[in-house]
Design a protein around this ligand. Structure first.
Ligand code: PMP
Length: 454
């Protein structure tokens, strides 16, 4: 594929201002084409966004139908048929009838902020005004707005803005490949879950409103799946100390982990579930928080208003797209496909473990990752300056495969990684091609690193 020569600095300050980007043309199924005619397999659904595939006609039709009626009416003036339908679809994904009230936003970060504010207001109205802290985890990501960034544990993303973000308590992640407690799967007694209880005791449980975490960690570490029992233990601790669980399913939700909600994998019911990405499969910006009725009801009977709001909440066009995407997911049994094809994808990813720089391959459903290391035995990461994740991304991209790279930014603590999370409709043959291209890309980078003496 030819090197792109045209600078693309006129759009957005998004990511690397010194890099050149090809111009996207169109998409269909798992494929994207650029305007030079190059075809790419979307091996990461963008940033773990596209679940139903590109170019689905039913979504286009739902968009047009809504646009023909009305595209915008403010949520403080009207509801819409689309909003009612979208809410019903979202609530139908929930594992418990208690989780039955939705609040819609335009993306993940504002949905996270909304959940945290809701938790805080809930406790005030429930007569426990001292409960305001949110405990989160290192090696996590909850968004780029200041509140969400404070809760996240992605050190590189926080670094520039550190003085502007609140200091909040963070506990160790559930990172089995690099256990903070130096345990193995055999000796593990879920010490990382017990860390929450310890932090609650340090902070004083009467001051803690919520615990927020990604059921499976995405952007910071490449699909960290906790050991069975972790989430059950977290639920028990939160129940004991009267702390709400906010499940950040912005990446992991809406079928991505092979179940309707990611926590369904462990039969755990959160108090709030935050979703975005797969909620609209990228067809329109959309996020949502679903909360337990007791939270909504306490606020309704108390002050009667959640003191919050965004201009595009419940935007009719976004609601129509959300409703159409969720209907499509159901009608095409895509959650089961994510679960079953995800197993095949993970099996195939495991075959890359014989490559010298692959430290770990992991995942659940259509949410998988590869961690790169300089030494497989000691698990020593590469020097972050080598930007191994960016190198693998580039080598794959040039071969027509899109991946979603990351480093977590916790220099020296973890390796570079890449997320592999294609649309749920990917076929076995397409998975095979994806793996072949990824293998070639990793082999090429390994050679480059040798040449560099790294
Ligand atoms: N939470 C998680 C787990 C995410 O992965 C992301 C985005 N990658 C966000 C929150 C923030 O979502 P957005 O970028 O839509 O604001």
């Amino acid at each position: 594929m030819a090197e792109q020569q045209i600078p693309n600095l006129d759009g957005n300050f998004y990511r690397n201002l010194r890099k050149y980007y090809p111009t996207v043309d169109r998409g269909e199924g798992v494929y994207i084409w650029d305007t030079d005619g190059n075809r790419y397999i979307d091996g990461s659904g963008g940033a773990c966004v596209v679940s139903i595939g590109h170019g689905v006609k039913e979504i286009r039709e739902a968009m047009l139908k809504q646009a023909d009626r009305i595209s915008f009416a403010h949520g403080s003036h009207f509801t819409s048929e689309a909003a009612i339908e979208c809410s019903e679809q979202v609530v139908s994904l929930m594992p418990s009838p208690e989780l039955n009230k939705c609040y819609f936003l335009s993306e993940g970060s504002t949905a996270i902020e909304t959940a945290v504010k809701l938790a805080r207001q809930y406790w005030r109205e429930a007569g426990k005004p001292d409960k305001f802290k949110t405990i989160s985890r290192w090696t996590s990501y909850h968004g780029n707005t200041a509140g969400a960034l404070a809760l996240g544990g992605h050190t590189a993303r926080r670094r520039h803005y550190q003085p502007l973000i609140l200091h909040t308590p963070h506990i160790e992640p559930a990172y089995c490949y690099r256990c903070s407690f130096e345990k193995t799967p055999e000796t593990c007694n879920l010490e990382c879950a017990d860390a929450l209880e310890r932090m609650l005791k340090y902070e004083g449980p009467d001051s803690v409103s919520a615990f927020i975490a990604e059921p499976v960690v995405g952007a910071t570490a490449g699909a960290l799946v906790p050991k069975d029992g972790y989430w059950q233990r977290i639920r028990a601790i939160c129940d004991q100390y009267d702390v709400l669980i906010i499940s950040d399913e912005v990446m992991a939700g809406v079928g991505r982990c092979g179940q309707n909600t990611a926590l369904d994998n462990w039969n755990v019911v959160a108090d709030m579930v935050v979703m975005a990405k797969g909620l609209s499969s990228g067809y329109i910006p959309l996020g949502a928080v679903v909360v337990k009725e007791k939270i909504w009801e306490t606020i309704r009977r108390g002050s009667g208003a959640f003191v919050h709001g965004h201009t595009y909440s419940m935007n009719p066009l976004a609601m129509a797209v959300g409703a159409a995407v969720l209907k499509y997911v159901k009608e095409h049994d895509l959650v089961r496909k994510a679960r079953e094809m995800g197993q095949y994808l993970l099996e195939q990813l495991h075959t890359l473990r014989n490559l010298e720089i692959v430290g770990d391959t992991r995942g659940i459903g259509m949410f998988c990752g590869v961690e790169f290391v300089r030494d497989q035995t000691t698990k020593t990461p590469f020097d972050p300056k080598l930007k191994v994740n960016a190198k693998v991304f580039q080598a794959a991209f040039q071969r027509g495969l899109i991946t979603y790279p990351g480093s977590g930014g916790a220099d020296g603590i973890q390796g570079d990684h890449t997320l592999i999370c294609p649309p749920f409709i990917i076929t076995r043959e397409q998975v095979d091609t994806l793996i072949t291209l990824l293998r070639e890309a990793i082999e090429t980078v390994t050679q480059e690193l040798y040449v560099q003496g790294a």
